[in-house]
Design a protein around this ligand. Structure first.
Ligand code: ACO
Length: 321
């Protein structure tokens, strides 16, 4: 088995920044409601940037950050629930635009846990010796998946991309990854895809937008995430108290505070940037990692943790290099 480490990270967001006040100009909401319930103050929304555009920009930043030549990338995985097309995959489009040739490229769908799921696949493949340099990207344009007349979702979700390059290494810095799911909760967050109708079937879908049962998601996240973090640390010799920084999926400030409380860890050790970006689903963890980087030092112990539609969840325990 080979070791693996993160060797470059990057992020990208659309140019347009939309504050809570900006949204309150066209729907019945307020800065006070959004910030007190979620912690979000602002977000970036596409005025034309595609999921692929954002993914490519984040990937280029990650390659530059790690001083890695595009030609040495042999695996590209994009986690997204808002691909520009079902085929070709976003990963193939990223490879084309980033100058990556002959790599294995595919997309995965695990909603807000997508970056952790994709990382588990990439890290396992590298550890087995199949690949040397994997580009893992979480990228979303969720602004086209929400109903902009539905104040319960459109204030939460936003657009962005984050990328990480995982590289084969003599020292292993990705200590453990643990993912899971519960299809029993599949109704709690949904986003339909193509029409169901065909020549022989006129069934149409009831909604074409994202729908969420916020209370159920809140209950699920505040139960599954602390347990998953305990489980990923199990057998490593470390406890939550030993972790320098927790980088959770940036869905909701209150979810993070509740997880901190359940783990009996100071909530200041939970990194937050959702105030500036909202919930960018699969992109949020690598985007937060980029913003947290100035505060990290070599040897820091980090937990990255995602949760979302499926229901899906997963955590990674890594040592920062
Ligand atoms: N502005 C003003 N009022 C609003 C808004 C809004 N944007 N949205 C809802 N309301 C109103 C509702 O209409 C309701 O009014 P009513 O009582 O007159 O009917 C009232 O506020 C309370 O609505 P609730 O849905 O009960 O609000 P709640 O306190 O549960 O907060 C929230 C909603 C923030 C979504 C909360 O449930 C939550 O944080 N859930 C977790 C959701 C989440 O994080 N999802 C993402 C993770 S998974 C993923 O990323 C895919």
């Amino acid at each position: 088995m080979y070791g693996v480490k993160i060797n470059g990270i990057g992020r990208a967001v659309p140019e347009l920044e939309l504050s809570n006040q900006d949204i309150a100009e066209f729907i019945d909401t307020s800065d006070e409601w959004i910030e007190s319930r979620t912690g979000i103050k602002s977000r970036h929304i596409s005025t034309g940037e595609t999921t692929t555009d954002l993914a490519v920009m984040a990937a280029m930043h990650a390659l530059k950050d790690g001083d890695i030549d595009a030609g040495s990338i042999d695996l590209v995985i994009v986690a997204t629930v808002t691909p520009d097309s079902t085929m070709p995959s976003t990963a193939c489009l990223v490879a084309k635009k980033a100058g990556i040739k002959n790599a294995t490229c595919f997309d995965i769908s695990a909603a807000c846990s997508g970056f952790i799921y994709a990382s588990e696949i990439a890290v396992s493949f590298i550890k087995q010796g199949n690949y040397k340099n994997a580009l893992v990207i979480g990228a979303e344009v969720l602004s086209r998946a929400v109903d902009w007349d539905d104040r319960s979702t459109c204030v939460l979700f936003a657009d962005g991309a984050g990328a990480a390059v995982y590289t084969r290494s003599s020292e292993n810095k990705i200590v453990n990854i643990l993912t899971a799911s519960d299809g029993g909760g599949s109704d709690h967050i949904t986003l339909p895809t193509l029409t169901r109708a065909n020549r022989f079937n006129q069934t149409e879908m009831s909604s074409k937008y994202m729908e969420m049962n916020g209370k159920e998601v809140y209950k699920f996240a505040t139960t599954a995430v602390p347990q998953n973090i305990q489980d990923v640390l199990n057998g490593t010799g470390y406890t939550p108290e030993d972790i320098d920084l927790f980088i959770l999926h940036q869905a909701n400030s209150r979810i993070m505070d509740s997880v901190a409380k359940k783990l009996e860890v100071d909530k200041e050790r939970f990194f937050k940037n959702l105030q500036d970006y909202g919930n960018t689903s699969a992109a949020s963890i690598p985007m937060a990692l980029v913003d947290a980087k100035p505060y990290l030092k070599r040897g820091d112990k980090l937990i990255l943790s995602g949760f979302g539609a499926g229901l899906t969840w997963g955590s990674m325990f890594i040592i920062w290099d």
